[in-house]
Design a binder for this molecule. Structure first.
Ligand SMILES: *Cc1c(COP(=O)(O)O)cnc(C)c1O
Length: 343
């Protein structure tokens, strides 16, 4: 069994994808062009937002959003310690200080514990595994929506990833920033393309970088965007099927979720993981080390015990295979083995 089988999805839309790729090859425009601008418009619509800007990755979407808000050294950005490294990495790469706040039982940042001071320039919540983090703040909110395509824009900016394993995955790297703020949208457009003036490529207005979304990826993602709502429903159905069968045995996730991951919590997690692996059932641990305990963030001065909920979660979480094309047979095997383990 595979944890994630991307070939099944490709086979189901192969003709449309191949046609889209061929269209780009035949046209010979590989950077920017119509495919990218149309995909941006379609994503803005999908997120019920005014502007969408394609970038190179979800990581760059976060980084460029911080840059667009002029966040740098001396500044602090509040985020969760229970996420993928990219969230806090983007903050630190801007020269700002990531300030962690513990999570609650939803596995998202506990907004009741957020304390804003004069250095706090933004909050970067993560909609972890596809469950919406609710933030009501007086500072800018940069949503890390890498795992949450399907949720409408709720912050100042929302950052998406098209990493192949994400709900809307490309066939390579890609990302997008979505916002209703024209000034920020224009700034990200400049930053992602060497600060080049829209009217004159060789007039560089600000210090930028190269973080464009590939034309081929945009063409592929335009095809896949048409299916994302259906795929998100299929994920939800698969999740419901797991939950109905497992809810009396393990702690199952809340149904209010688009299920990028289906993550259960159990006390003897590592034993269960080994047991399932022995039956050819792959599982994943997202995330085994909370960010405040990562060597790279040692300089921030956090210690074991600082965020007990995040630390506990990292010991208890186990993600089961979930994707739109997962079969009932595979799910039944997984459920059976989990029940067997607890019997
Ligand atoms: C995948 C992911 C990212 C980074 O996206 P890339 O496109 O791989 O750079 C950032 N944050 C979270 C929570 C993610 O899951």
């Amino acid at each position: 069994m595979k944890f994630l089988d991307l070939t099944k999805q490709y086979q189901s839309i192969k003709e449309e994808i191949d046609t889209a790729i061929k269209r780009v090859l035949d046209k010979g425009v590989f950077i920017n062009g119509k495919e990218v601008s149309l995909f941006e418009e379609e994503m803005a619509d999908f997120c019920q937002a005014k502007f969408a800007i394609g970038v190179n990755s979800g990581t760059d979407a976060l980084y460029l959003s911080l840059k667009a808000l002029d966040i740098g050294s001396e500044d602090e950005v509040i985020t969760t310690p229970f996420t993928f490294i990219a969230t806090a990495e983007a903050i630190a790469n801007c020269g700002a200080k990531p300030v962690f706040v513990d999570i609650d039982s939803s596995l998202n940042i506990d907004s009741s514990q957020i304390k804003i001071n004069e250095k706090t320039k933004a909050i970067m919540p993560v909609h972890l595994f596809g469950r919406q983090a609710k933030i009501d703040a007086k500072v800018n909110v940069i949503e890390d929506s890498a795992q949450a395509i399907g949720l409408p824009l709720s912050g100042t900016l929302a950052c998406f990833s098209f990493f192949p394993s994400k709900n809307l995955g490309g066939y390579g790297d890609g990302g997008m920033v979505v916002t209703n703020n024209q000034e920020l949208a224009d700034k990200i457009r400049l930053l992602k393309n060497h600060g080049s003036s829209p009217d004159n490529k060789y007039l560089n207005l600000v210090l930028g970088t190269n973080s464009r979304l590939d034309t081929i990826q945009a063409a592929i993602l335009r095809v896949k965007l048409q299916y994302i709502s259906k795929w998100n429903v299929q994920r939800k159905e698969a999740a419901q099927y797991y939950s109905n069968q497992l809810k009396d045995i393990v702690k199952v996730p809340d149904n209010n979720n688009i299920f990028h991951q289906y993550t259960i919590r159990v006390a003897n997690r590592d034993k269960l993981k080994d047991y399932l692996r022995a039956s050819d059932i792959p599982t994943m641990i997202y995330y085994p080390i909370p960010l405040h305990l990562q060597p790279v963030f040692k300089y921030l001065g956090y210690q074991q015990g600082d965020f007990p909920e995040a630390e506990k979660a990292s010991q208890e979480v186990l993600s089961l295979p979930i994707y739109p094309d997962i079969t009932k047979e595979d799910q039944d095997d997984i459920i059976k083995k989990i029940k067997e383990f607890y019997a």
